[in-house]
Structures are given as C-alpha cells and as structure tokens.
Design a binder for this molecule. Structure first.
Ligand code: FAD
Ligand code: NAP
Length: 516
C-alpha cells in the first residue's frame, strides 16, 4: 500500500466513475484488441491492461490505485491476469473498472496443435476459467480453439477420474455422493449452498476445487445436511424434497458443473448473510455476528479469512476479514467450532473508512454478502507444536483467536502459547479481560501487552516491534523445541517482524505471516 494523494480515495474513484466522464477515451465504443494493439499502450499516460480477456484503460485509475502506480505499470500493455491474481484476485475489478473497459482481447486463431504441444494447449485451456471456455466457443474466430475445448473437456474427465459423483433418491430425500478418495477429507473442506433451486457444492481437494453446480429438477426444503466419511473421503449432500415426487434427473448442470480446477482459478462465491448482532469490543471495534442461510453449509478453517461485499454508491466493494469465536473459551476439553451457522467478525471501524463506516451503518436484520474462505494457513502446522508464539498488532489479533483455541484444545505436546499483543493505548486492547482470564486459567498460556502510545500510568511494557523485544519474549521452552511463530498486523509491522525473527535465527518454516 502507498499513501494516496488527497482526493484519490476509493470513494473519490467511485465518484469519478459515476460522473459520466469518458474514462477510456473511446466515447463509450468497445473494441476488439489485438496483442499488438495492447502492447502499444504501455505508458503511464496511455496504459491498457488485460485481465481475464478484457482490456482496461487504467490511466485514469493510476493515482487511485492503493498499491501505487509502479505496481500497475508492471502489467502495462500486457495480460496482467497472473499478476492481478497473485496480489488481489478478490478485488472486484469488473465493477471498479467498468467505466475503463476498452473491449475484449481478439482471439488468436491457432493451428491444430500436435503431440506435446497439444497436451500443453489442453492443460492451459483447462486452467482457463469456464467463462473463457464458453466465450471462446461462442465466437466465430474461436472455431479452431473450439475443437481443443472439446478435447479439453474430455481431458477434464480424465483429470476428474479421481473425484466423481453420483446421486440417488428416496421418497423424501435426494442424496448426492461425492467420492474424493482423500483420506483426510473433513467437513471444513465442503461448502454447500442452495438458493432458488440452484445447488452449488464445492469440495476442496489439496489446492484444487471440485464443483457440483446444478439447477435442481424440483424444489427442496431449506435445510440441508452434509456427511463426511473422513477415512474414505466420501461426501454426502442430503437434500429434503419439498414434494414427495420421483425426480427424473438431478437437474440442469451449469457450465462449471463437475469441474476440477485449481482453487485460485475458481471465482469467489458469495451468499447473503443476515446481521444478527453487533456488540462493542472497544471504543472503535465491534463484534459482528452474521447468520448464514439455512441452506448453506460453511465452516471457516482456523487461520483463514472471508471477503465481505457491499454495494457502496452503486459499486461493489470487497474487503477481507478474519472470523473469530464469539468469546475466548476457558475450557479446552473440546475444540470450539463455529458449526452453528453463525460467523463472528471483530472489526475496527475507521473514521472515513469506506467499507467499515458502511458496515457500521448496517442495522440488525440487514444483509451482507460473505464469500467462501481463503488463506494459506495449514492447521497441520500446529499439530506437532511444542511452542506457539503469536505476534499481533491491533486487529491483527483476529486470526490468533481460533488459532489459540485450536492449539490449546487439540495439540497434545503443547508446552507454551505466548501472545505478544501490540497496541497504541490500553483502550485499544481487544478482549483484554478474556485474555487475562485465560492466562490465569491455563498455565500454558501467557499474554504480554506492549503499548506504543501509553499514558503515564501504564506500568507494562512499552514500545514497538523490535529485535530486542522479540529476543526478550520469543524463546524456545527447550533447545530444539518444535516452534511456530505467527504474526499479523499492519503490513510494515508484519514485514519487520518476519525480518527480525529471521535475524534471530528462526527458519522460514517456523514463521507464518498472515497477509491478504
Ligand atoms: P479504507 O477506506 O480503506 O481506509 C480509510 C482509512 O482507514 C485509511 O486512510 C487508514 O487511516 C485507515 N485504514 C484503513 N485500512 C487500514 C489498514 N489495513 N491498516 C491500517 N489503517 C487502515 N480488519 C478488521 O477490523 N478485522 C479483521 O478481522 C480483518 N481481517 C483482515 C484480513 C485480511 C487478510 C486483511 C488483508 C485485512 C483484514 N482487515 C481486518 C482489514 C480490512 O480488510 C480493511 O482493510 C479495514 O477494515 C479498512 O477498511 P475501510 O474500507 O473501512 O478503510
Ligand atoms: P493500529 O491500532 O494502527 O496499530 C496497532 C499497533 O501496531 C500499534 O502499537 C502501532 O503503533 C503498531 N504499528 C502500526 N503500524 C506499524 C508499523 N508500520 N511498524 C511497527 N508498528 C506499527 O492497528 P489497526 O488499525 O488495528 O490495524 C491492524 C492491521 O492488521 C490492519 O492493517 C489490517 O489490515 C491488518 N490485519 C490483517 C489480517 C490478515 O490476516 N492479514 C487480519 C486482521 C488485520 P503506532 O503507535 O506506531 O501506530
């Protein structure tokens, strides 16, 4: 993130896009852009970028880009899809940049590929989104590609051989059975939504996503169930028929149905959740409780975040948030899971914050869109731990909540969990009381508050993240103990922290930084 000039906030950008100004310089005309044409527009004052087959004139957006002009310029005159996906695949650029749309990339006719090239072509086509596959197959120029697409779909079936599905019915139920053949399949890896007869079931298998997506033949009741046979990797989605009639088919498949692609190539899916409560945590931070629809099965894994989406001044705005627990449990006999259909989010409301101010204005009973979870934290990192250190700054505390709970309740050899919590003032400390209670109750847990702007009467530690502070507080309980240090906060805090830890001799594998 770079500091933006005054008058260059996201809200200012939204205003500009609504002003009716011609932002592409093409007076509303859309064109088909060749690679040669795209390459010509590679300067700041004339910069076009292609994202997923669509070309945008991003020159007017330069000064508004939170990551800075130089980052945007890295993709000038080229296909920036990969770069975009690496940095912020969740950003709703279609909505944000719709007034900058120049047109679509022209499809290059290709000769029918052979041998190894053919295999490569097929693999690259599979990795394209299904949207591309259908759009290619619809264009006249894409006729040659179309044959490859058909082969690609055939190839897809081969890839899918390891994941397959079947369905059967009783008088009252429809049961869809997915065979993933994964030994460690768990309910958190299954996300199911059913709205207006459209059933969407996504199963995460490693870094791939398998999707069932059909418009059901008949109506079903709101509540659905998911069963997972963990040892054999069998997943059952159980739907209750609304009427006890015999179904001739499961339903009409969408073009994404029965596909197995990389998770990063699968678009984010959102469902509408109801705000059921909003409670104060500190002077500027609130705990929002959102209720999932009855027809959604979604559990957010420890260490992962979701995206919230709101329409602000007619534009979709998306921001990431990390679900927490409703409170810090003091009893660790069983891991707490949020399987009760609610998502708890601890969110700091920034004055002049575009998203958080709008969020704060939501009334109980209002709806907000919540995405599927994402994130690269693996719970397996915790299972064999002896020492866990959590370095959090401000709301960077949020991923630590579930992590703390999961470690204290499930890790058998755990000796110490230490939270080092950086805040500006005492009033900013989130869940201070609960953390102190937990430290009293569980001797494995210790919390250290460090304030950067304390009042005179603060007797505790003071300062900012530094090498000396870390060497004082982050110490293995015994030589060679199995340790993990997790860090989360403002980006510079996290980056500095990681560097200090490396300088102190901790390895890459012993450090996990939570980032976007
Ligand atoms: P903006 O309109 O973007 O900014 C307005 C002003 O607010 C800025 O000028 C600045 O002064 C301040 N501000 C905004 N964003 C930040 C920031 N990130 N750091 C410091 N100051 C800022 N936030 C939570 O409260 N709870 C969470 O659980 C949470 N989880 C996150 C998970 C991930 C993976 C990431 C990347 C971020 C997370 N955030 C979380 C931050 C959140 O996504 C937003 O950045 C934040 O809510 C501000 O959004 P806004 O639109 O209101 O502010
Ligand atoms: P804050 O109140 O502004 O700061 C918390 C503490 O961090 C303060 O002591 C502050 O000291 C210090 N700090 C701030 N910037 C620093 C820097 N550049 N270097 C060293 N110390 C610094 O924090 P906040 O407003 O709650 O923000 C929390 C951040 O965490 C946000 O940026 C949010 O995006 C991020 N977050 C990320 C995730 C994730 O998973 N990636 C999850 C949740 C939150 P000062 O007195 O110097 O300001």
């Amino acid at each position: 993130q770079v500091p933006l000039k005054p008058g260059r906030s996201l809200m200012d950008w939204i205003r500009l896009t609504k002003s009716g100004k011609d932002l592409t310089g093409l007076k509303g005309r859309l064109m088909e852009v060749t690679e040669d044409e795209l390459a010509k527009h590679n300067k700041k004052e004339d910069c076009w970028i292609c994202i997923r087959g669509f070309v945008y004139n991003v020159t007017p957006y330069m000064e508004y880009h939170p990551g800075g002009e130089d980052e945007l310029m890295k993709a000038a005159g080229t296909d920036g899809t990969d770069l975009f996906d690496q940095v912020h695949r969740w950003v709703n650029y279609e909505s944000m940049l719709k007034e900058c749309l120049v047109g679509r990339m022209a499809v290059k006719p290709t000769a029918a590929p052979k041998g190894e090239d053919f295999k490569k072509e097929i693999i690259s086509i599979i990795s394209l989104s299904c949207f591309h596959i259908t759009s290619f197959s619809k264009t006249g120029e894409g006729l040659q590609l179309f044959s490859s697409v058909i082969s690609a779909q055939f190839f897809c079936q081969i890839c899918l051989a390891s994941v397959s599905y079947d369905w059967f019915q009783t008088d009252s139920l429809i049961v869809i059975v997915i065979y993933t053949k994964q030994k460690d399949m768990i309910a958190e890896l299954v996300i199911v939504d059913c709205e207006d007869k459209r059933l969407r079931g996504e199963i995460i298998v490693g870094d791939h996503s398998y999707l069932i997506e059909v418009d059901l033949d008949h109506a079903v009741q709101e509540d659905l169930a998911v069963n997972v046979a963990e040892k054999v990797g069998k997943v059952e989605i159980i739907l209750k028929k609304k009427d006890n009639i015999h179904w001739k088919m499961l339903g009409q498949p969408s073009e994404r149905h029965n596909t197995f692609i990389k998770c990063t190539d699968r678009g984010l899916f959102y469902r509408k959740c109801k705000l059921v409560s909003k409670t104060e945590v500190t002077h500027d931070t609130k705990l929002f409780c959102l209720m999932l629809p009855k027809s959604t099965h979604l559990r957010i894994p420890t260490g992962q975040h979701v995206y919230l989406k709101q329409i602000i001044a007619g534009t979709e705005v998306v921001k990431p948030y990390t679900p927490v627990l409703p409170f810090l449990p003091l009893d660790f006999k069983e891991p707490s899971c949020s399987a009760d259909g609610h998502i708890y989010l601890m969110i700091k409301i920034y004055s002049c914050g575009l998203f958080t101010e709008a969020l704060d204005h939501l009334q109980i009973g209002d709806y907000i869109y919540v995405s599927n979870p994402e994130g690269n934290f693996k719970t397996s990192q915790v299972q064999t731990l002896e020492d866990l250190f959590l370095l959090a700054a401000g709301t960077g505390f949020t991923p630590m909540v579930k992590l703390l709970n999961s470690a204290l309740s499930t890790v058998s050899h755990l000796r110490t969990v230490k939270l080092i919590f950086f805040n500006k003032t005492e009033d900013d400390i989130l869940w201070r009381n609960q953390l102190e209670q937990l430290a009293l109750k569980d001797e494995r847990f210790e919390v250290q508050f460090i304030l950067s702007q304390p009042t005179e009467d603060w007797v505790g530690k003071q300062g900012k993240i530094s090498s000396s502070l870390l060497s004082e507080f982050v110490k293995r309980s015994r030589k060679d103990s199995n340790v993990l240090i997790c860090i989360c906060g403002p980006t510079p805090f996290t980056e500095q922290g990681v560097q200090y830890l490396k300088d102190l001799g901790y390895s890459q594998e012993e450090i996990h930084a939570f980032t976007a």
